[in-house]
Design a binder for this molecule. Sequence first.
Ligand code: ADP
Ligand code: ZN
Ligand code: ZN
Length: 737
Amino acid sequence: MTASPPVLRMAVPSPLYRSFDYLPPADCAPEGLMPGMRLRLPFGRAQTVGVLLELSPQAQIERHKLKPALALLDPAPVLPAELMTLLRWVADYYHHPIGETIATALPVALRQGEAAQARYRSRWRISAAGRDVDTQALARRAKRQADLLQRLAASRHGLGAEQLTELPRNWNDAMAALVKKGWVEVEQVPALVFGHDQPESGPTLNAAQDRAVTEIVQGLERFSPVLLDGVTGSGKTEIYLRAVAAALAAGRQALVLVPEITLTPQLVERFRCRFNVPMAVLHSGLGDRERLNAWLLARNGEAAIVIGTRSAVFTPLQRPGLIICDEEHDPSFKQQSGLRYSARDVALVRAQGLGIPVILGSATPSLESLLNAQQGRYQHLVLPQRAGSAKPPEVGLMDVRHQPMEDQLSAPLLRLIQQHLDQDQQVLLFLNRRGFSPTLICHECGWVAHCRRCDTHMTLHLKRRQLRCHHCGSQRPVQPQCPDCGSPDLRPLGSGTERIEAALGQHFPDVGLSRIDRDSTQRKGSLEALLETIHRGGRRILIGTQMLAKGHHFPDVTLVGILDGDQGLFGVDFRAGERMAQLIVQVAGRAGRADKPGQVVIQTHHPDNPMLQLLCREGYHAYARAAMDERRLTALPPYSHMALLRAEAGQAAAPEAFLDQAERLAHQLGATGVELYGPMPAVMERRAGKYRHQLLLQAQNRADLHRLLRPWTPQLNTLPGARKVRWSLDVDPVDLI
Ligand code: ADP
Ligand code: ZN
Ligand code: ZN
């Protein structure tokens, strides 16, 4: 009897909590198959691309029902064993189907079956013979060739097409002629971002930085998680650069995670100034092909440094040496759809698996990370002061009760702005609400502009004369009259950044003004252009949303105004206070430099609020300690662990019915050590035309929670109500609404 061939256990993008078995493709010897390779598969009536999990002697279904895979797509695994192990952990921890988990980690092009082939491009370099050419003589015959030769002579490492963009379009002909004459050599280099020819060495570290770098470098050969906790401007980035240098010197690669696409250009530029190495930059603005390329060049080791947003945590690395997660507290590290993973938490698990260091950096660490540091799971490295001689800003509360207010701008604040402007300084105002005003109200009858698809009002965008829902994206033009009573007296209610901009324009008509929010920076490059004008001093008042709180430094700003300090006091989410404190501190940190210390004022109607007072007087860490005590007393994360089951449907009763069944199922399974809250309607029950409910699971002990989730989640689809809803499970939710 001949042994039957092994069965291919495949991960297939599907919402089912299982793997799928296939026979090897007809023309393919099973010995050549390895986990992590892609195969094209018949799936239902269509085809799909799956990833091989393992070869198994036994099938999960009867052998004669097995179908052969159609074709092997890779000569070698696209996902190395290390990532396959990590992704199995991710699927297990987030209770997500393995096929969808693996698909999330793959670039779209690979999911679609494209070849895993990296792209290279030409780079030209002057040859020894080229250096001997008399360019002046050449210029008389062939001006273009002479120009090119001069450009190349000035560059030590040669130039690629991306550096020659300002040349006349047909420079290629001239280059080809130079190559033919042997004056220029052409080589194929990976399509990556290259560092500068002559890297800078960076400042001399201060004592705190020096200690931090020494600690980090000592841990380079093992799993050593570090919380790098340093105020804005304390030189955290400088420490990242040194740690990366150490990893590169040891022949390793470094992976740097950043929360936002808007942060990447500046950080990339800082890395380019310091390292003359190829870098892969992965962010959501990349095309599929570019992303694939960067991913592959990280995998084959040609990209020495990988900088990317959330999903870059899954980038394969040939010689992983270090992972950095910058602004670790930022909620955008948590994916809010599909596989709801936290890139920060995955980075830790990955570093542990690899036995390499991981640095979590922030000026305002999350309470989760602070607790981990307190309990000794992370090394806590603190940078208490700004680097160089810059002084910390002075922070104060401004009581706006009884003050005349002009669109969120109190009279004392306006006076203060005037003072700073009189001294030729810049002023930064922060309001985390874009648009002109949160809604439009009829002064006759009280009608309010509601979204037809959500339980919320629509934001007025005056410039475009539009009402827009910030939750479902629907929009409609502003009508001249109230739809209920016909009155033309429609008034904007409350203020957003657009309204503040208008008010400031009236108040300070001669002062240049920039607004920075999602609306004003929609076009590619518009944020850079705005920042450029600000840095040149062309704009003296900046008004913006949380986009201003991230990454950018405004050294000439001496006054920061937080227009609505009360925004975090009454949040429905238990993290609202923490978020607001982080935002305030981050915005405050944008201001000032050595010779221009900053001043920060927070407008509030609650100047006696103890948490606000603590934040102002003693700073973020005192605030965080008090917030931690509160969380401990109320048994909220990080002192407990949560999972949130959300359900939505077009039919109002369906989500609750499904969640009732889910709750019953949980009790049948035991649910020891787990509290269930709900089902309850989401804070905004109807969004984008769907009714939403949720069921909250909470446990003191993480193991108890997962012991329930493991059998429970895969069974949810078998509940009778499941067909009528869309549901999702969120483990460690960062947002409860
Ligand atoms: P962070 O990332 O903590 O905000 P950065 O690393 O960006 O801090 O440093 C803030 C500023 O201080 C930068 O302009 C940086 O070049 C400068 N800087 C950092 N370390 C030093 C140092 N040891 N001496 C002088 N300047 C420094
Ligand atoms: Zn009306
Ligand atoms: Zn809406």
